[in-house]
Design a protein around this ligand. Structure first.
Ligand code: PMP
Ligand code: GLN
Length: 402
């Protein structure tokens, strides 16, 4: 089954609900994630996979060795504490203070989760009542729409439009209603690469305070900012008590399979998220937590080296995609480049991505499935550059020959 747009399965007069199958109505609209679909297609066709965002080299060797040591020493082989092992909670708090000057109590204001994915699900399930409205930027990271639906709440899109993909704060103001409970942010933003500026963050924070809204902010690409800097909204006046910040080790340390993420926030918010987390997974990947505690304490040179390496890869792929004929929207952060395929005379990103592996042996992801507004992302295709340079070069060669 393909994902289609998240709206695809919503019943209307002309599109009646299908006969009842085992999957409930809240999830029936979503199908298989686009990442799984395009990775399976890449594998089937032996294509270079620039679709799903995962690095093709592992992260620092010493961090892998730290995980091996923890496994051998029996650290975390049995259920670790629900909120996370103290070493990792301390390390998350120290990291937030070191990079952003934010101070959190490791005991009550840090929660370890099974990747950012669980942090997003637990936050939305904990904080939303059915029928609450959640305003989120579209294109959405796919799990946002699904988790809002699982919580029985309603998503309200603020559309980021090409070519700049900036949020229009006047429009945001008009979207807020008495039912709005929560703003769901993502900076740096997947898939567009937009990094919210201090002014944009202040404007959003002012609206959150004025309307007494909660903010859940997904900052998994916090160390992948190429233009400007990453600013956590939790640091702004009036935001500490209303913001749940989410991050993950997957992207920063290139171990996406370990699934160690975390939440930071004021104690009552973290307690709420913990209440949901305990019934989702109870606890998260024991031995890996010890290794990520060490990773978070790596020297600054690691973080800047990682970013500069990714910047080179971004530049290499952006240049190659331009040469191949794509319109390239240069990302300020993340490890994705959004392109427009109209120069090829193609308009349907989904059809383009389904055909691309057969056509030239490269897989990508259509941004169109991340939008509710069918026109806004119709011709946008996302490529990841978190691959070895020789792989990126080979992919560019293939795209140039297509
Ligand atoms: N949020 C965004 C914006 C992502 O791109 C991803 C994928 N890394 C996630 C959340 C999920 O992160 P994790 O793999 O840690 O669950
Ligand atoms: N975050 C990665 C991406 O956007 C993939 C995560 C996933 O497959 N769920 O490509």
């Amino acid at each position: 089954m393909t994902q289609g747009r998240p709206t695809q399965g919503r019943p209307t007069e002309t599109n009646p609900a299908p006969a009842r199958g085992p999957l409930n109505r809240r999830l029936a609209a979503f199908g298989t994630t686009i990442f799984a679909e395009m990775s399976a297609l890449a594998q089937r066709t032996g294509s270079i996979n620039l679709g799903q965002g995962f690095p093709d080299t592992d992260g620092p060797e010493e961090i892998r060795e730290a995980a091996v040591r923890a496994l051998r020493a029996g650290h975390g082989n049995q259920y670790p504490p629900g909120p996370g092992v103290p070493e990792l909670r301390d390390a998350v708090a120290a990291h937030q203070e070191r990079f952003y000057g934010l101070t959190w109590s490791p005991e009550t204001e840090v929660l370890v989760t099974t990747g950012a994915t669980e942090a997003i699900a637990a936050s939305l399930l904990a904080l939303l009542e059915p029928d609450d409205e959640v305003i989120a930027f579209e294109p959405y990271y796919d799990s946002y729409a699904a988790c809002i639906a699982m919580a029985g709440a309603k998503r309200v899109p603020l559309t980021l439009r090409a070519p700049d993909f900036r949020p229009d704060l006047d429009e945001l103001r008009t979207l807020i209603t008495p039912r709005t409970r929560l703003l769901l942010l993502n900076t740096p933003h997947n898939p567009t690469g937009t990094v919210l500026t201090p002014d944009e963050l202040s404007g959003i924070a002012a609206l959150a305070v004025e309307h007494d809204l909660l903010v859940v902010t997904d900052e998994v690409y916090e160390h992948l900012v190429f233009t400007g800097a990453h600013h956590p909204i939790a640091a702004l006046p009036g935001m500490r008590e209303r913001t749940v910040s989410i991050s993950s080790s997957g992207k920063t340390f290139s171990y996406t399979g370990w699934k160690i993420g975390w939440v930071t926030g004021d104690a009552p918010l973290v307690a709420a998220v913990r209440a949901a987390k305990q019934y989702l997974t109870f606890v998260s990947g024991g031995p890996f937590q010890y290794a990520i505690a060490e990773a978070l304490a790596l020297p600054d040179a690691f973080f800047t080296g990682f970013r500069e390496d990714m910047r080179r890869k971004r530049d290499l792929l952006a240049e190659g995609l331009r040469t191949a004929g794509f319109r390239v929207y240069e990302p300020e952060g993340t490890y994705f480049i959004t392109t427009d395929i109209s120069p090829f005379g193609d308009e349907d990103a989904y059809a383009f991505c389904r055909a691309l592996p057969e056509r030239c042996g490269v897989a990508a992801v259509p941004n169109s499935v991340f939008y509710d507004d069918p026109e806004a992302g119709r011709s946008q295709v996302r490529f990841t550059f978190c691959k070895r340079e020789e792989v990126l070069r080979k992919a560019v060669e293939r795209l140039c020959d297509m």
